[in-house]
Design a protein. Structure first.
Length: 359
């Protein structure tokens, strides 16, 4: 496990990340149940500008679950590597899909079930091969990391590319190319995760009795986090408004997680002490999760019928049905009368009588 197997903080962060996914996934179901109850009562729907959901306790329960999940996810970054915590966020999609098929009677097709299995397998592989980040236990050490030339170059590249995407590519290609706004969210999101990591360390120090509130770095990280999240929400909403959600979600997950893994590798040197098999395992687990999320989202509205099978499988299916029919005919022949000649004689007699009547 990349050397992190003996660290109790690692398992605390892992547990918080899993709990976060469970709470966030369940929050969507509670909110949806509350909205459906309002719809059955004939109240104004949220999509039509109504705010009756503010009087529905199920919706507030979903909001509470969302807050608990986000708080757990925030705390997880203080204990476990960001390369582990961020990809495990995909499990909230899995939890939401499974619970919706159970409590909302939404069908989970074959593609979705395969996607769920792949997401679980990929998450397991990533946990086993998770990298051990370099120790960052105080704001002083975090400040030293932020001064690293590699991270400064990375942050400058992110800011410059985001500005170019917003002011140059956005007006020209934002309405036709899905990558423009999603790239902005993903690039800025990698910096927001770094801010969350620093604030998590600051909170740990605060609870231990250190005078963190007097440190300017904590307040700078808080301001940067608010700015980054505001930019993310703004351009993610633009992408969702223009393009299909089933397409935006998997692309955003892949790009955002990739950007976070690169940022964490540069800032915290997570990959520096990993052996080759752990690097391959981490990348393989991430790609497996990506495949599962893609299947779960991109084909969720597509019914699985035999016509979707490849031609050679359709041919094999046709041959199988033909063999079944021939077996049924052979079985029916085994149950024919023991005196076929008498049957033939009686059948010919009946035919002669019918021909005589017709004449």
């Amino acid at each position: 496990m990349g050397g992190a197997g003996g660290a109790p903080g690692f398992y605390v962060g892992l547990g918080l990340a899993l709990a976060s996914s469970a709470f966030i996934g369940g929050s969507f179901i509670l909110k949806k149940k509350g909205l459906l109850r309002l719809c059955r009562r004939g109240r104004a729907r949220a999509g039509q500008g109504g705010h009756a959901y503010l009087q529905e306790w199920l919706w507030w329960a979903g909001l509470l679950f969302m807050g608990i999940g986000e708080a757990a996810n925030f705390a997880a970054y203080a204990f476990a590597p960001a390369t582990l915590v961020t990809p495990l966020g995909a499990l909230s999609v899995l939890v939401s899909a499974v619970l919706s098929s159970t409590f909302l009677n939404e069908q989970l097709n074959v593609h979705g079930k395969i996607g769920c299995i792949l997401s679980i397998l990929g998450s397991t592989v990533m946990v086993i091969h998770a990298p051990q980040e370099e120790e960052v236990s105080s704001l002083e050490s975090m400040a030293e990391k932020l001064k690293d030339p590699g991270f400064i170059v990375f942050a400058v590249c992110v800011l410059v590319s985001s500005l170019l995407l917003i002011f140059v590519a956005g007006p020209r290609y934002g309405q036709s190319n899905i990558l423009v706004y999603v790239l902005v969210c993903s690039a800025i999101g990698s910096l927001s995760v770094s801010c969350v990591k620093g604030l998590g360390i600051a909170l740990k120090e605060l609870f231990s009795g250190k005078p963190v509130l007097k440190e300017p770095l904590g307040w700078v990280l808080l301001v940067c986090l608010v700015i980054c999240i505001s930019v993310q929400i703004n351009y993610l909403n633009k992408a969702l408004d223009i393009f299909n959600t089933s397409v935006v979600t998997p692309i955003y997950y892949v790009l955002f997680t990739t950007a976070v893994m690169i940022c964490s590798a540069i800032l915290f040197k997570e990959w520096q002490h990993m052996v080759l098999n752990n690097i391959i395992g981490t990348i393989s687990g991430f790609l497996t999760i990506v495949s599962g999320i893609f299947l779960l989202h991109a084909f969720r509205d597509m019914p699985f019928t035999p016509d979707l099978l490849p031609l050679f499988l359709q041919q094999g299916r046709a041959d199988l049905h033909a063999s079944w029919r021939s077996a049924d005919r052979h079985q029916s022949c085994q149950h024919q009368p023991l005196l076929p000649s008498e049957d033939k004689g009686s059948r010919s007699t009946e035919e002669e009588e019918e021909e005589g009547e017709s004449v």
